[in-house]
Design a protein around this ligand. Structure first.
Ligand code: NDP
Length: 458
């Protein structure tokens, strides 16, 4: 989801030690101006649902042409949008309910090691069960098995895709509303609170770690087991649909899908690391994260492959292999950046980074409850090149799974453009948050590592 709004208030303890960004919201010290922040929040709330439908319609029914869709809307106006908006059909609800129930069951039932999340602003440490790889393998194998056994044809999902997205839009809005109510009446932990503005609370969420019972973590479900898993399931679905229609899978589709699946496999392999990132540790469960993962990820993140279903480009083995290898290299570097930070933090800096003891800053901060804590900031390896070097490789990897569509249309590149805006904005939000949390220690890190993402450029 486009991140344009910063919500967290920061304060300073006044003793040179910064206080962790609090759960309350004011706009003064936000990463963006309050008016811009509020306007973009309202804009995203209103524009994202129709955008999902228009993107699907353009890719599936308008030959992937944004121009054709634009001309259609120009002629037909709002009536045109209403006309093409599919009703959430019974089969769509059944597909979503079946998939969600299956993923929830895997999340609860599969065994896994217990791992601790990072310390929250209120000083809590959530406990997670690390069973993402098992759930991922189980999902893919069962999906392929039911297809091969003839029990379910995945092409059905593609045939009802508009209805599925339509149902997801409605269902996820209701889901976010329930999260908002839960945040008010039954928060799972002290890491919860209201900004005083219901729209901000609905958009950004009330709770950091909402749960059902002790173990069913709602953000793990929405972000990982529904959203990221749904991306993999749909990527496979698009291949199967192309195979059904064309009698073979084009090399462009194979490269795009293989890169996406490698990226998603990497995600689940590193899932416990993901539980330490901004999505889980800093952003609360609301429309921004949960609707984004339940609807935006399955619809927008899969869009390059959705386009390829009807546009089977033939690349030739050399081009296909070159794109594949370049994509794998980008995914690997992105992973290695995340891994380096995770190992560094897990070992408390007692590890080697690129064969040498790490350069580090011991940053002290104060939690919301007034406790003084410290975190290590890595200043060497990938994290010594720029402060979000991994974002560059994330964007390039997305480019390489989009480029098999070649250059007839712009829409297959929408995801990579969206991601670029998202991550550049995110680096700003994260800098802002870390500055509030670590104060002079963050300033020292910025002095050592002056670039945000692209060395010598930004
Ligand atoms: P990061 O991995 O960049 O983590 C940011 C946090 O790490 C900071 O808030 C801070 O948290 C800590 N930190 C910052 N600098 C240092 C340092 N030098 N040493 C140690 N810790 C540091 O978070 P993201 O969530 O943005 O990214 C995680 C992964 O997810 C990346 O691979 C990214 O590319 C990917 N991603 C993908 C998106 C997509 O839509 N495809 C969207 C966003 C991310 P603390 O408070 O713990 O100090």
């Amino acid at each position: 989801m486009g991140a344009a709004v910063e919500r967290k208030r920061s304060s300073n303890a006044g003793n040179g030690v910064s206080k962790q960004p609090s759960m309350q919201t004011t706009a003064e010290d936000a990463a963006h101006s309050p008016v811009l922040a509020y306007a973009s929040m309202l804009g995203l709330l209103l524009s994202c649902p129709p955008f999902v439908i228009l993107l699907w319609y353009s890719l599936v029914h308008m030959d992937g042409s944004a121009l054709k869709t634009w001309e259609f809307l120009r002629d037909e106006g709002l009536q045109g949008l209403i006309k093409i908006w599919p009703s959430p059909s019974l089969i769509a609800w059944k597909l979503i309910a079946g998939y969600a129930a299956f993923e929830a069951a895997l999340q609860v039932l599969l065994p896994g090691k217990e791992v601790l999340g990072p310390i929250s602003p209120m000083g809590n440490r959530p406990v997670y069960r690390e069973n993402g790889v098992a759930a991922y393998l189980c999902t893919i194998l069962v999906y392929l098995l039911v297809w091969r056994l003839g029990w379910f044809n995945p092409a059905t999902v593609y045939d009802h895709l508009g209805e599925v997205f339509s149902a997801l839009i409605v269902g996820s809005l209701v889901f976010c509303m329930l999260l908002y109510i839960k945040g008010h009446v039954a928060p799972s932990s002290a890491d919860s609170g209201s900004s005083g503005d219901p729209i901000i609370d609905f958009y950004w969420g009330m709770e950091l770690y909402p749960r059902i019972g002790k173990y069913f973590d709602i953000k793990v479900f929405t972000n990982c087991r529904f959203g990221m898993m749904g991306w993999a399931v749909l990527a496979i679905t698009y291949c199967i649909k192309q195979y059904e229609v064309q009698g073979k899978v084009a090399d462009s589709m194979l490269v795009s899908t293989a890169l996406m699946l490698i990226y998603i496999t990497k995600f689940f392999w590193w899932e416990s690391g993901y539980w330490n990132t901004m999505d889980i540790a800093h952003d609360r469960a609301g429309f921004y994260i949960c609707w984004g993962c339940l609807v935006w990820v399955p619809s927008v993140y899969t869009s390059p492959a959705m386009y390829l279903v009807n546009h089977p480009v033939t690349l030739g083995s050399q081009v296909a292999l070159s794109i594949f290898l370049a994509g794998v290299a980008c995914i690997y570097i992105n992973y290695d950046c995340d891994r380096q930070r995770q190992v560094f933090r897990r070992t408390n800096g007692k590890c080697n980074i690129w064969g040498k003891p790490p350069s580090k800053i011991d940053a002290v901060y104060v939690t919301e409850t007034g406790e003084t804590k410290s975190s290590l900031l890595l200043c060497s390896g990938w994290w010594g090149i720029s402060r979000h070097f991994h974002y560059m490789w994330e964007i390039l990897a997305a480019f390489f799974w989009s480029v098999p569509a070649l250059f007839s249309h712009f829409l297959p590149y929408f995801y990579v453009i969206f991601l670029t805006i998202l991550l550049f904005d995110r680096s700003k939000r994260d800098d802002h948050r870390c500055k509030s949390k670590y104060g002079k220690y963050w300033a020292a890190y910025c002095k050592k590592v002056p670039y945000k993402i692209v060395p010598w450029v930004y």
